[in-house]
Design a protein around this ligand. Structure first.
Ligand SMILES: Nc1ncnc2c1ncn2[C@@H]1O[C@H](COP(=O)(O)OP(=O)(O)OP(=O)(O)O)[C@@H](O)[C@H]1O
Length: 932
């Protein structure tokens, strides 16, 4: 019976979660946004109810109605003032905006009500009723459960059977399509936000009396709700409801039967993370939408300004400032190291981690344990803590290996909670409220305990920050930094160039965690003991938020961001201005919303011109542009034939079949790519051409068939391994790394991937060393003048050439080109054809050319295979294929004996089947072409 009782209690808790979970699904379905501020909206409802009911003394019903109305208005305001202007921002930026709403509402609540709990009377009867024999549940819980059931049924019905629901559902998929059908996406999103925020506020009024009102606690209700919504893939109301109940029940049972604290909070997330990992894939699908990413700095170190700035700060700390300011500067410098860790993991590697502050805590506890329990000195303890945190960081990164974007944000938030609940809150490990004492730190007999020697401690923090910033700058300029940026920009393209995407992500998390550990140690070792409560989960969100405010991809941005974090310079300045420091979190939250809304890249970049002017005033060389120096590794003239090539290789594929669920995309294809030859692969849209390339390069797993590189079966190899073995590809949509210059794009393809770079780059990244094939590709593709430009600054035709040059720079032996001439003019396409022939003839490559431009195929290829609906329709020399009546009828669209229509130029150079027929008409240069 006891079990049943606890299940019932769990249902009561789950019902509360379900109200939040439904709001999350509602907002996602109506606007494609995962609203991390849903718990904060509950909090607002709770406090609004308190204001009306307790402070103003209203009767219960009007108080509940008005609290709900406050929620509705707030929902409308958030959608209208913040998210609507961010319509074109990436989903991740919009998620960060909801984190900004969370931080702002939380800060406002703390300002008004403090951090302690406030009790509020319930308007629902709280008597227990017997539900089953021997088991009871409060009437209030039963009512909430009933509301959950009714709400789920109502939402299900609205979204299933009304036109509003259908249109709203389409919003998450494609807002443009919805708009083109005459609906207003804004109005629909606003309606959904209003409804979801109203439900959240009602939930606040309902559960405030049960849980007490406390800002942090209510805000964190988002965590189980996110888990429930994720189970429902943010789509299904009934599954979100059932998931919320299940989580409530599991938590209740764990609380009763597991004596170790923290498991109740953690288990739902462990399950969710496992689910995400199992469901995810190590590389994104072809359909994965690339997001606009914040710009990154160039990582160049200006020696003179750096020495001057560090010297000035050392002087100020050692001789000028008061102990209070020394402490504020120390806190800011420690936070700067933490925001630098965000620069590495989120700015460079593109992985949104919501666990950085908890990781800092893990580092601080590791160091304290080494000092207190093992008797280590400060320096070994710090290094040990960095290694320990790096290990924990690798664990936190595990979900990142198979999931990305918003799901990863949820997973890292969950990992942070698991780490906090199971490790930092474990009394045996961290000493609970007493913490772990740390004594007086010293290095080689030099005492720098913050209490007795705040200036010395400040100097240690300055040294740590300087080294960290230099390491992060070096990382950016080195091979590993390029690899991380390539991963952030486009995982598929990175893997196709032989970059180890998984190792890159793990490394970014490990390095960021090691930096976070340094920050954690510096923050925690200021006191007499390290305390778990110092490293709460929500501050991780504040850290990400402020990193965005500063500028998440630049070192200057990270330094600026740190001044806004609690206890640092910002707090100290506001303290001097009429004790305004308690407003800092609110101001910072609003700042975050402003920066995101303005679509800019943070305060650092917004004020870059000021920094430049300051540089000129200090008579130091003007800050160079973001692109690395044109002098660096300027290509020397190098001919294709001049570099020593790897031996040629032949790629053979037999009886290839690829199936996606019920769709057979490729069926029984056999191809032989031999050195020195260009093999054309043509066919109408959807014939399976790209899928063949995907299968040959390891991006999809074939259902059947053998793929051999010379005599070696490579069918089971990863995309990266095939790339390293010399199988390169280009992509239909180019997939260049937008943040990297042309030179860096090529460098990613030819950088050696030695493991020692992961360490040596932090100290001595060296200059870009382009290999002979890369230099030859630059010459061959005439890219010398474009090396320091970003792809976005190039004309479309040039970009296509860069994409092929990048594949060629990897010195491939087999090159698979996916529609390289799409969008090129006739003249450009002809030049490209000549280049492809050069690559085959002079570079001795085995080339597969997938093209819709039949002229190009017929004039460039030695052999051609024609696909239709996944199967081979014909194969042979271009002449044979062009004459094949089946090809002419099925693909080229007219009979062989039809007269050749007028030779109209096709500037686009590509089209669907009809266009392809016209392309074929243009091949009148050759007699065979004219016959087609
Ligand atoms: N990940 C996937 N899941 C399900 N179906 C897929 C997937 N990728 C491709 N397909 C389907 O496989 C078939 C072949 O697609 P593919 O893109 O290879 O054709 P294609 O010849 O390259 O077309 P196009 O010329 O338009 O690029 C199509 O029906 C496509 O919808």
């Amino acid at each position: 019976m006891e079990v049943v009782q606890f299940i019932l209690l769990g249902l009561g808790i789950g019902a509360i979660y379900s109200l939040l979970g439904q709001g999350l699904v509602l907002i996602y379905r109506g606007s494609g946004i995962v609203n991390f501020a849903q718990g904060s909206l509950v909090m607002v409802g709770g406090y609004a109810y308190y204001e009306f009911r307790v402070a103003a003394g209203w009767p219960a019903l009007p108080a509940v109605v008005c609290a709900t109305a406050v929620g509705v208005l707030l929902g409308v305001a958030v959608q209208h003032l913040i998210l609507r202007p961010m319509r074109t921002s990436s989903p991740i930026e919009r998620v960060i905006a909801t984190l900004g709403v969370l931080l702002t509402l939380q800060a406002a609540a703390v300002l008004r009500y403090g951090v302690g709990p406030i009790s509020v009377p319930s308007f629902l009867p709280t008597d227990a009723v017997e539900v089953l024999p021997g088991t009871t549940l409060g009437v209030d819980r039963l009512v909430i459960l009933l509301i959950g059931v009714l709400l789920t049924a109502a939402l299900y019905a609205v979204f299933r059977w009304t036109s509003f629901g259908r249109v709203a559902s389409a919003m998450a998929e494609n807002q443009r399509a919805v708009a083109s059908l005459g609906h207003s996406p804004d109005r629909i999103a606003t309606a959904n936000w209003a409804l979801a925020a109203g439900i959240a506020a009602l939930a606040g009024a309902l559960i405030g009396p049960i849980t007490y009102l406390q800002p942090t606690q209510l805000t964190l209700l988002i965590v189980p709700a996110l888990a429930a919504a994720l189970l429902a893939r943010f789509v299904s109301f009934p599954i979100a409801f059932a998931g919320a109940l299940a989580i409530g029940v599991v938590q209740s049972l764990i609380t009763r039967y597991v004596t170790v604290t923290g498991w109740g909070d953690s288990v739902p997330f462990i399950v969710i993370i496992a689910y995400l990992v199992l469901r995810g894939s190590s590389l994104p699908l072809r359909s994965h939408v690339l997001e606009r990413l914040p710009s990154v700095g160039d990582g160049r170190i200006r020696v003179v300004p750096t020495v001057v700035i560090v010297g000035v700060f050392a002087f100020l700390i050692a001789f000028v400032v008061s102990p209070v300011w020394a402490q504020a500067l120390t806190v800011t410098m420690a936070f700067a190291i933490l925001t630098l860790s965000v620069t590495v993991v989120t700015g460079y590697a593109g992985q949104l981690s919501l666990a950085q502050y908890v990781l800092a805590g893990a580092g601080a506890f590791a160091a304290a344990t080494f000092v207190h329990r093992a008797g280590w000195g400060f320096l070994p303890a710090l290094i040990g803590a960095m290694l320990a945190a790096a290990l924990v960081g690798v664990l936190v990164a595990l979900p990142a290996l198979r999931t990305r974007g918003i799901n990863l944000a949820i997973a890292t938030l969950g990992m942070g909670i698991v780490l906090f609940s199971l490790v930092l809150s474990d009394f045996a490990l961290t000493g609970g409220d007493v913490g772990i004492p740390i004594g007086e730190p010293s290095i080689f007999g030099w005492d720098f305990g913050a209490i007795r020697h705040p200036y010395n401690y400040g100097l240690v923090a300055l040294a740590a920050l300087t080294l960290s910033a230099l390491a992060v700058a070096n990382l950016r300029r080195g091979r590993v930094g390029r690899r991380l940026l390539a991963v952030r920009s486009n995982e598929r393209a990175a893997a196709a160039l032989g970059v180890n995407v998984l190792v890159g992500k793990l490394y970014a998390f490990a390095l960021a965690s090691a930096l976070a550990a340094v920050a954690g140690v510096l923050l925690a070792f200021q006191g007499v003991a390290v305390l778990p409560a110092q490293f709460d989960v929500l501050t991780s969100i504040t850290v990400i938020g402020m990193a965005v405010v500063g500028g998440i991809g630049t070192i200057g941005g990270a330094l600026l961001a740190s001044t806004l974090l609690p206890g640092g310079v910002g707090t100290q300045i506001l303290h001097g201005v009429d004790n305004l420091e308690s407003y800092l979190p609110l101001v910072s939250g609003l700042f975050l919303l402003y920066v995101l809304r303005s679509g800019r890249n943070g305060l650092y970049e917004m004020n870059a011109h000021l920094v430049r002017r300051l540089g000129r005033l200090l008579r130091v060389p003007a800050l160079p542009s973001r692109a690395p120096s044109a002098r660096a590794a300027a290509p020397e003239p190098a001919g294709a034939a001049q570099h020593e090539r790897r031996p040629s290789r032949r790629l053979h594929v037999a009886d290839l079949r690829v199936q996606f669920g019920g769709v057979v995309a490729v069926d029984g294809v056999t191809l032989d790519l031999v050195p020195g030859e260009v093999h054309g692969l043509i066919g109408p849209n959807g014939a399976g051409k790209t899928t063949v390339i995907d299968a040959l390069t390891g991006f999809v797993r074939p259902t059947r068939g053998a793929i051999k590189l010379d005599d070696e079966p490579i069918g089971q190899w990863s995309a990266r391994r095939r790339a390293r073995a010399g199988v390169a590809r280009s992509f239909q949509s180019l997939e260049l790394f937008a943040d990297l210059s042309v030179r860096e794009n090529l460098a990613v393809a030819c950088d050696d991937d030695g493991a020692r770079r992961y360490v040596s780059d932090l100290v001595a990244p060296g200059r870009i060393q382009l290999t002979a094939p890369a230099l030859a590709a630059i010459r061959e593709f005439r890219l010398t003048d474009d090396l320091d430009r970003k792809p976005g600054a190039l004309a479309f035709g040039k970009r296509r050439l860069v994409a092929i040059a990048r594949a060629v720079a990897a010195d491939p032996r087999v090159l698979l080109l996916d529609e390289p001439a799409a969008g090129l003019s006739d003249e450009e396409a002809r030049e490209l054809g000549a280049l492809i022939r050069t690559l085959a003839r002079d570079w001795d490559m085995s080339i597969l050319l997938v093209e819709h431009n039949v002229d190009l195929v017929l004039s460039t290829c030695d052999r051609v295979t024609v696909l239709e609906a996944g199967a081979v329709l014909a194969r042979g020399t271009p002449q044979e294929v062009a004459r094949d009546p089946r090809v002419v009828a099925a693909y080229l669209g007219r009979e062989t004996d039809e007269p050749n229509p007028a030779d109209e130029p096709n500037p686009a150079g590509e089209a669907g089947p009809a266009g392809e027929a016209r392309e074929a008409d243009e091949s009148d240069d050759s007699a065979e072409g004219a016959r087609v």
